[in-house]
Ligand binder design. Structure first.
Ligand code: Q9C
Ligand code: ZN
Length: 337
C-alpha cells in the first residue's frame, strides 16, 4: 500500500480561470491535494527520475516553453498568470514564434489553464509523483500504488496544455512502464471529462490501450474529442475506446460501461493498468454532472481491483474540495487492498 505525495506540487497556484465568460477562482487549487493528503496516513515523497521520461511523451520544444513561459510573460511587462488569447486553428504551419502570446496560443487549446510562476515546478513534481508510484510497483514493493498528483495531466497532449493540465502524468507513467518491459499496458480513464490528451498521445500507437468513460462531449468539456466513434488510427486502430455517458449518470448506469471497459482491457491482454482517476464523478462536484455518492467510489475501486492487475492510480480531477478527501479515500481503500 503506497501513496505518493510531494509538497513541491503545491507551488503551482494560478489565481483565476475564465469560466463561462467570467473570471472565477481557480478550481484546481492546492487545497485539493492537501484535502486528499489529510485523508491518508503516511505518504512517500517523490524521487527525481529527471526529464527523460517526460521527453518520451512530450516534445522538447513544448517542455522548454513550459519552463520559460511565465518568465517571458513577466519580461513582456505583464503581471499575474500567463494566459493565451489567440489560437492558430486555420492553416497551421511551423513558424518561429517569439512573442509570448503567440507561443501561449501555439502550445494550448483553451483559456482555462494559466501558467503561473510555480507551474513548471508543480507540474514537474506531479509527474515525478506518478513515476515514483510506478517505481514502487516495479521494485516489487507493492502491486498497487496511488499517485496523489496535482496538477492533473490527462488533457495535456504532446505539445499542448489545457483543462488544468500541463504534463500528462498517466501517459508518462504508461510509456515508462512499457519501456521497463512491464506491458502490455492499458490506461483506463474514469475522470468525468474525456482524457483527450492521453488519447491523442497514443492515438496511432497499437502498443497502448486507452479506454475512457466520461461525460458525453456533446454536452461537456472537452467537446471536440471523446465521441464513441474515435477508436484510434493507423497502427493504433482499435486501441482507443470511448464510452460517453449522459449527464446525471450514477452508479447503476455507470456499471455496464465499466464492465465493457474492463472486458476490453482483458481482451487486450493487459498486464499493467494505469488508472486516471477523477473524483469529479461526485454528485456534489461544482463543475461536473454525474451522480456518484461516496459509496459508489468504493464500488468503482472494488470492481477495478477485482481485475487482479497491478495498478498505478494517477489522480486527475475532482473539485468538491470539502468532500474530496473522503471520496478519494473510499476508492483508494479498495484499489490498495
Ligand atoms: N465552463 C480535469 O478534471 N473547464 N479538468 C471547464 C466550464 C475545464 C477539467 C469550464 C475543465 C477541465 C482534469
Ligand atoms: Zn475532470
Amino acid at each position: 500500500m503506497t501513496i505518493v505525495f510531494d509538497p513541491r506540487q503545491l507551488v503551482h497556484a494560478p489565481a483565476r480561470e475564465l469560466h463561462n465568460g467570467d473570471w472565477t477562482a481557480y478550481n484546481e487549487c492546492p487545497a485539493r491535494a492537501e484535502a486528499i493528503r489529510a485523508a491518508f496516513g503516511p505518504t512517500v515523497a517523490a524521487s527525481d527520475f529527471g526529464i527523460a521520461p517526460l521527453e518520451r511523451v512530450h516534445d522538447a520544444d513544448y517542455l522548454a516553453f513550459l519552463q520559460v513561459a511565465h518568465r517571458d510573460w513577466i519580461a513582456a511587462e505583464r503581471s499575474g498568470d500567463a494566459i493565451g488569447y489567440t489560437w492558430p486553428i486555420v492553416r497551421r504551419r511551423t513558424l518561429d514564434l517569439t512573442r509570448i502570446d503567440a507561443r501561449l496560443g501555439r502550445y494550448s487549446y483553451d483559456a482555462a489553464t494559466p501558467i503561473a510562476a510555480g507551474t513548471w515546478e508543480g507540474a514537474y513534481w506531479s509527474a515525478q509523483t506518478a513515476l515514483t508510484a510506478l517505481d514502487q510497483l516495479a521494485a516489487g514493493a507493492t502491486r498497487r500504488a496511488f499517485a496523489l498528483c496535482r496538477p492533473p495531466g490527462h488533457h495535456a497532449g504532446r505539445d499542448y496544455l489545457g483543462g488544468y493540465c500541463y504534463l500528462n502524468n498517466a501517459a508518462i507513467v504508461a510509456a515508462e512502464a512499457r519501456q521497463r518491459g512491464l506491458g502490455p499496458v492499458a490506461i483506463l480513464d474514469v475522470d468525468y471529462h474525456h482524457g483527450n490528451g492521453t488519447q491523442d498521445i497514443f492515438y496511432d500507437d497499437g502498443e497502448m490501450l486507452f479506454v475512457s468513460i466520461h461525460a458525453d462531449p456533446a454536452t461537456d468539456y472537452p467537446f471536440y474529442w471523446g465521441h464513441a466513434d474515435e477508436t484510434g488510427d493507423g497502427a493504433g486502430r482499435g486501441t482507443t475506446r470511448n464510452l460517453p455517458l449522459p449527464r446525471g449518470t450514477g452508479w447503476t448506469a455507470y456499471e455496464p460501461a465499466l464492465e465493457a471497459a474492463l472486458e476490453a482491457i482483458a481482451a487486450y491482454g493487459a498486464r499493467l493498468l494505469v488508472l486516471s482517476f477523477g473524483a469529479d464523478l461526485y454528485a456534489g462536484d461544482p463543475i461536473s454532472h454525474f451522480a456518484f455518492a461516496r459509496e459508489d467510489f468504493a464500488k468503482l475501486g472494488a470492481r477495478i481491483a477485482a481485475t487482479g492487475l497491478p495498478i498505478v492510480t494517477v489522480m486527475e480531477g475532482g473539485y468538491a474540495t470539502a468532500e474530496l478527501g473522503q471520496n478519494v479515500a473510499a476508492i483508494a481503500a479498495e484499489l490498495l487492498r
